[in-house]
Design a protein around this ligand. Structure first.
Ligand SMILES: Cc1ncc(COP(=O)(O)O)c(C=O)c1O
Length: 332
């Protein structure tokens, strides 16, 4: 698994820290909990997309692109990081934004990530929920090319095999840190959405000979759909890195019971989790992804699925910019 043979640009502060959370661990009275700080990747308030974009934007530069086209929800963390990466590389950024959350507040539609997209000067086009984005992306790509530009499409969440290489790298980085810190880890836990993070991580670990379990907490789809999405992408990513047989279907485990009413909708357990981590560890998580995954991990500890004596690593995928969009929706 030689990542050095793929085109790449430097965008992230790597390696991100791996830190113990002593006060959270003591509060929950279960396993020792660690946090992998991918909220500290360094670009435009950080997050998981920055690792992926090192490879997606690397390919864009190699292909001579001058305009990046991407897609996401109004409060997409992916779009914010892509808009910033385009600025850093001197490219334009065309964004297709989906109104995925029904009846959003004005704060949701104007602050947080979408505000930062505007700060980065991205050209924002808004669409109703359920739009056929494959068709719309093709139309925007044609429009840019017809105008003499060189478009490059980064898919939603940068979740294709090229983007997932970022999390293959994270898997390798984690194994190195476990060795350096002499840590025997029992489980890695993360949010899983468009699947590139989860898929890349599985390939990074399995391709390096580690059988450490990874649990993804889903944020929008039912379990069978989410697991299939991750599995398909993991197979394609494994193929790309030259380790085609390293992943099996059993390696992919998602729990989608902490979504609540839907994508981007608040839940009490997410609200509790965000305040718990802020007030015990001084850390910020987001309501859509990392907050719901945290809620899942806390519930697993309370129910005894993760127990004292174990070591759990929570992959913090970032998203704190999105918190501001939920200023009216969270109960403090
Ligand atoms: C903060 C945060 N965490 C987790 C995820 C999920 O990662 P992925 O889309 O790679 O599954 C996202 C995706 O947008 C995100 O913004």
């Amino acid at each position: 698994m030689q990542l050095s043979r793929f085109p790449r640009v430097s965008l992230a502060h790597l390696p991100t820290p791996l830190e113990h959370m002593p006060r959270l661990s003591e509060h929950l009275g279960g396993p020792d909990i660690f946090v992998k700080r991918d909220d500290c990747t360094g670009l435009a308030t950080g997050g998981n997309k920055t690792r992926k974009l090192e490879f997606s934007m690397g390919e864009a530069v190699q292909k001579g692109a001058d305009t990046i086209i991407t897609v996401g929800a109004i409060q997409s963390n992916h779009v914010r990081q892509t808009a910033a990466a385009a600025c850093k590389l001197g490219m334009k950024c065309e964004v297709l934004l989906e109104h995925r959350v029904g009846e959003p507040s004005e704060t949701y539609t104007t602050s947080g990530n979408v505000f930062l997209d505007r700060v980065f000067g991205a050209n924002l086009r808004e669409y109703p929920g359920g739009t056929d984005f494959e068709t719309e992306m093709q139309a925007v790509t044609r429009e840019i090319a017809d105008g003499g530009g060189m478009p490059y499409v980064v898919p939603g969440g940068a979740s294709n095999p090229v983007g997932a290489l970022g999390y293959v790298g994270c898997g390798i980085e984690l194994l190195e840190q476990f060795g350096e810190q002499d840590l025997q880890v029992d489980h890695i836990v993360s949010a899983t959405g468009s699947a590139g993070t989860h898929a890349g991580l599985v390939v990074g670990l399995r391709g390096s000979g580690s059988d450490l379990p990874i649990l993804g907490f889903g944020v929008n789809a039912p379990q069978d759909v989410q697991e299939e999405r991750v599995y398909k992408l993991a197979l394609a990513t494994a193929e790309l890195v030259g380790a085609p047989d390293c992943v099996s279907r059993d390696d992919i485990i998602a729990d989608c019971n902490y979504i609540g009413p839907g994508y981007g909708q608040t839940t009490e357990s997410m609200n509790e989790a965000i305040l718990m981590l802020a007030r015990l560890e001084g850390l910020l998580f987001d309501p859509v992804y990392s907050g719901k995954a945290l809620a899942g991990m806390i519930d697993y500890i309370r129910k005894g699925h993760f127990t004292a004596g174990q070591k759990i690593v929570f992959l913090h995928t970032g998203g704190s910019a999105g918190l501001f969009a939920y200023a009216d929706a969270l109960t403090l």
